[in-house]
Design a protein around this ligand. Structure first.
Ligand code: A3P
Ligand code: MG
Length: 278
């Protein structure tokens, strides 16, 4: 396989192609047709178009690397335990947001190697922005100019600032006692907190933009919702930890559900170890 850094420009172009297909459905009045999947989550034409574009493009880019997409068949998903290295894809993360018209949806592509995400790309179709991260190397935002060229800017998470409110990122659609307990602990051990709700993996982009400090996830989501964001976050100076204090390992269990996690911008701050030990 070619060096991972050289995969990023073609991946940005591929996610843009998928994003344009998604936007075609988003902007067409009456076009958003919704089917319920077995787990009752919505599925639209946009999810499927994006899935096929990404599948074809990833095959062209790295033919020998298998692709596991949220929209893959159950039979294909079941083969994942044979793979050490594979693409993990959510062709449209935030389908409920897409249907509701909040605009908060992303395309998520991660490369998993030996149970860890080693490359992550999140694409925001409406903004035409890509966020790419290679843990240990760097993280970049790619903005598309009117001439079709992509301009890269290095991304780093922000440090926690004593006395300033801690900005907690959360899903629009999940509440719960664990999240409430976490917010109360932060209030009593840090001080003022602000909560910012948004859909999909956008929350990881907000962390690497320095628009938030912490994204705790105690409600269900899947490995394809997390992997690309984890790689991006680690590459930008953050960390993502399970409640055992360790980064999650992918493709190690029968389920594709992700364990609960803490996505942290300022990885070195002692507050997080105190929270985990509490
Ligand atoms: N009960 C559940 N089981 C598994 N995943 C769930 C879930 N409820 C929400 N999710 C995941 O959370 C994502 C939305 O995240 P958020 O709540 O932060 O906006 C959804 O992405 P999709 O839209 O790709 O299905 C879905 O994968
Ligand atoms: Mg998703």
């Amino acid at each position: 396989m070619q060096p991972l850094r050289s995969l990023i420009p073609p991946l940005v172009a591929l996610c843009h192609e998928a994003g344009e297909a998604i936007c075609g459905h988003y902007h067409a009045p009456g076009e958003v047709k919704v089917k319920a999947k077995q787990d009752d989550s919505p599925l639209t034409r946009a999810d499927l178009d994006s899935h096929h574009i990404l599948l074809d493009g990833l095959r062209r880019l790295t033919g020998d690397v298998p692709v596991l997409s949220e929209e893959s068949t159950p039979e294909h998903k079941a083969r994942r335990h044979e793979w050490r290295r594979y693409w993990l894809v959510d062709p449209l993360d935030g389908t409920k947001e897409f249907v509701a018209g909040t605009g908060e949806f992303t395309v998520n592509v991660a490369l998993i190697d030996d149970h860890r995400p080693v490359l992550g790309l999140l694409y925001l179709p409406l903004q035409r922005l890509a966020y790419a991260g290679l843990p240990g190397t760097g993280a970049w935002r790619y903005a598309r100019g009117d001439n079709g060229e992509w301009r890269a800017t290095t991304m780093t998470t922000r440090a926690l600032c004593e006395g300033a409110p801690l900005v907690v990122l959360a899903s629009r659609r999940h509440r719960g006692r664990e999240l409430q307990g976490c917010l109360e602990w932060l209030q009593s051990h840090w001080g003022p907190i602000e909560r910012l709700n948004s859909g999909s993996a956008l929350k990881f982009c907000q962390l690497v933009e320095g628009a938030g400090d912490f994204y705790p996830r105690f409600s269900p989501c899947c490995e394809w919702d997390v992997a690309a964001g984890q790689a991006l976050l680690e590459a930008a100076g953050g960390t993502l930890l399970g409640l055992d204090g360790q980064p999650p390992r992918y493709n190690t269990r029968d389920t594709l559900l992700s364990p609960h996690f803490l996505a942290i911008g300022d990885a070195g701050h002692p507050l997080w170890r105190r929270y985990l030990a509490a």
